[in-house]
Write a protein that binds this ligand. Structure first.
Ligand code: GGG
Length: 354
């Protein structure tokens, strides 16, 4: 019997609503598979915690999370707490604290009716974005000088270390090699004359070790256009923290919206827990209404199962997502249905059992 110890951080807004449905799926797996069990511990961190304690998580939050096999996170951010505090002091803190330097975001069209793109099918939109997740434009380095004065200056520094850049690019080459797919690097060396020139050089240098991998290199503006106009160009994409964040929202737009976008924050060396989360935020406009789409959060459970080496369950969840997406009426309003967060979760369990 394998027991997986999971830290739950539902976070803000719709975070707790969608995480409940993901946990429902995990409990169902436990029912159906005598060889697997889960233990859960919930942490009340987020914006409400901030308003009470002046911080997004406990001072020793990273130490508290360390013993877990995985972290399952809902969403962060709520009106009343500045976004740069809620994001940096919880989500980014955990990514950095546990060296989760790989962010895996699949851009997969699971049902052709979901894309706003004309004449694109499932096979045209099926790729993986590997986003650098520990430094780059989100390093947090910078300064705010002469605040409020006419000479006010703000600096936000992108940090691209040799170690950080090489390891994410190498991870992407390995992934492309393993799955026999092409690898596309997305950068912006014509304008960012230090960081992105360096990125391109490292991409080329590391590539010498992978002569079998077919590669492409695009500027981020061109890549944004191709994501929409010719997504079939992409198989595995590697890019920086900021570009990956933006490009994967475009990816969500072409595959059915943020309600279907998932992300795994992975520490590949497994020295620390990895974290699984829907890409979407806390959606204050619909929080508490019970209509948030739980499918992205459920897909995160599939990524978690793959990460645990339980690919059988990862695939079963993904295949059930494909099935439920055919039942338009049952889905949440963002996908044109009349279902609720809970009814989608309940129906999902029924389908998973079949
Ligand atoms: N699901 C977690 C969440 O709330 N994400 C919102 C967000 O702004 N994420 C930015 C990022 O992934 O770097």
């Amino acid at each position: 019997m394998k027991n997986f110890n999971i830290a739950l951080i539902p976070g803000d807004g719709i975070g707790s609503e969608v995480v409940s449905e993901g946990v429902k799926i995990l409990k169902e797996i436990e029912e159906m598979d005598a060889a697997i069990s889960f233990s859960f511990a919930e942490f009340p961190w987020g914006c409400e915690y901030y308003l009470e304690h002046g911080k997004m998580m406990a001072d020793d939050g990273i130490e508290q999370l360390q013993p877990f096999d995985a972290i399952y996170l809902g969403a962060v951010g709520y009106p009343g707490v500045p976004d740069h505090i809620s994001l940096r002091e919880l989500l980014l803190q955990i990514r950095k604290g546990f060296d989760q330097y790989v962010n895996l975001r699949p851009i997969t069209l699971l049902n052709p009716s979901l894309t706003p793109l004309k004449s694109k099918t499932e096979k045209d939109v099926d790729f993986l974005v590997i986003r650098e997740n520990s430094e780059g434009e989100y390093s947090g380095a910078g300064d705010w000088l002469y605040k409020g004065k006419p000479e006010e200056v703000v600096l936000q520094t992108g940090v691209f270390s040799r170690k950080g850049t090489e390891r994410i690019i190498r991870y992407a080459y390995e992934e492309a090699r393993k799955s026999n797919r092409t690898l596309t690097s997305v950068s912006k060396a014509n304008a960012l004359n230090y960081s992105m020139v360096f990125w391109d050089e490292v991409f080329e240098e590391v590539g010498k070790e992978y002569p079998d991998v077919e590669t492409y290199s695009y500027l981020v503006d061109a890549a944004s256009l191709y994501f929409v106009a010719q997504p079939e160009r992409f198989e595995v994409v590697v890019t920086s923290n900021l570009f990956g964040d933006i490009l994967t929202d475009i990816g969500a737009a072409i595959t059915g919206g943020l309600g279907l976008a998932t992300g795994a924050n992975v520490n590949p060396e497994r020295n620390y827990p990895s974290m699984f989360e829907p890409v979407h935020g806390s959606a204050p406009d619909i929080a508490g209404k019970g209509i948030a789409n739980p499918i992205a959060a459920i897909w995160s459970v599939s990524q978690m199962m793959d990460f645990f080496g339980e690919e059988k369950w990862g695939e079963a969840i993904l295949s059930t997502i494909k099935t439920i997406l055919k039942e338009t009426e049952q889905l949440t309003p963002d996908l044109g249905g009349q279902g609720s967060t809970k009814s989608v979760g309940d129906r999902f369990v029924e389908l998973l059992k079949d």
